[in-house]
Design a protein around this ligand. Structure first.
Ligand code: NDP
Length: 282
């Protein structure tokens, strides 16, 4: 029987842990599949996605900077992807149609609540960054019961635009507001800080809108992991509790796997194996 074919695309993508994660998931079920990785420049996304589909590809993960192109590419969108304006998971159907999903938000919420036991209900959350990752997680965080979300971004107009786009999609009574990184939110009762900037990819120090004293009362989460968890390196000595984004990576991958193959893997053994490889979170 022909193996089911999957891959991750991005630019760069050589660092991606997704092939390893999905092979470990497949081993749990005895699923026979291949999972490759391909560096795809933005201008070539449509051509590459078409070629992968035509070669029998069943599903594709999409990472930076291609999530917007994937959103534009698919024939149909699931609700989270539609609101986020970004697709990280594509399902190619036998009838040749394609459907786009965004599992970043469900992955983050699962990691925060199950692995790190962070109670989100009623919390005040600060998100640093207003790019694709930030856009993908705000509505799922609201659905998980947070009380308010403040989006702080270097380019404040982008944070405002994001809040305006998402405001109509929030469930419950969530307050959503935007500000710049130079704001001082120290007296605002922030309880959870999520870094969704890409600064971890460089060695730049991120300007923070909170004092060290207020960070001490916060759970600080960095969507980056390994060498890219620069925010955690910055706050680990002052924050209340910290976690990196390795668990989010594994949880969002498990949600993709369930979309493609109909069963959700056990994420904990995969998480523990990767953790042993990349080292302890701060
Ligand atoms: P984008 O490129 O869409 O957005 C980048 C964001 O970072 C923007 O808000 C940008 O601000 C900000 N930024 C970049 N450089 C600086 C700087 N020097 N100072 C302050 N802010 C800065 O990236 P994504 O949203 O797609 O991804 C963000 C991060 O999240 C990446 O590191 C990615 O790897 C990680 N991620 C992790 C996942 C996981 O599973 N763990 C899943 C998804 C993402 P501005 O608007 O001003 O340019």
């Amino acid at each position: 029987m022909t193996k089911k074919k999957f891959q991750v695309v991005g630019d760069p993508v050589a660092h991606s842990l997704s092939p390893d994660i999905h092979q470990q998931f497949a081993a749990q079920f005895g699923d026979d599949l291949t999972y490759g990785r391909e560096r795809v420049p933005l201008a070539h996304f449509t051509q590459c996605a078409d070629a992968f589909r035509d070669s029998g590809g069943m599903g594709m993960n999409v990472t930076v900077p291609l999530k917007g192109a994937a959103y534009a590419y698919v024939d149909e969108l699931e609700a989270d992807a539609s609101v986020a304006g970004a697709v990280n998971t594509i399902l190619f159907r036998p009838d040749r149609g394609s459907k786009g999903f965004n599992t970043d938000g469900s992955g983050l919420v699962a990691d925060l609540t199950h692995r790190w036991q962070v109670e989100l209900t009623g919390r005040s959350v600060l998100i640093l960054g207003a790019g694709g990752a930030s856009r993908g997680v705000i509505v799922p965080l609201a659905a998980a019961g947070v009380r308010e979300v403040t989006v702080a971004n270097r380019t404040v107009s982008r944070a405002r635009e994001l809040c305006a786009d998402l405001a109509g999609h929030l469930t419950g009574d969530v307050e959503l507001r935007a500000c710049g990184l130079e704001a001082d939110l120290s007296a605002q009762g922030i309880e959870v800080v999520i870094n969704a900037t890409s600064t971890g990819l460089s060695d730049e120090v991120l300007q923070l809108p909170l004092s060290n004293e207020s960070l001490a009362a916060c759970f600080c989460y960095d969507m980056g992991y390994g060498r890219n968890a620069g925010f955690l390196n910055q706050v680990r000595d002052v924050a209340g509790r910290c976690a990196d984004g390795l668990g989010m990576l594994v949880e969002q991958a498990a949600d993709s796997y369930a979309i493609w193959l109909g069963h959700r893997p056990d994420t904990q053994p995969v998480y523990e194996k990767l953790r042993a490889q990349i080292g302890a979170h701060p």
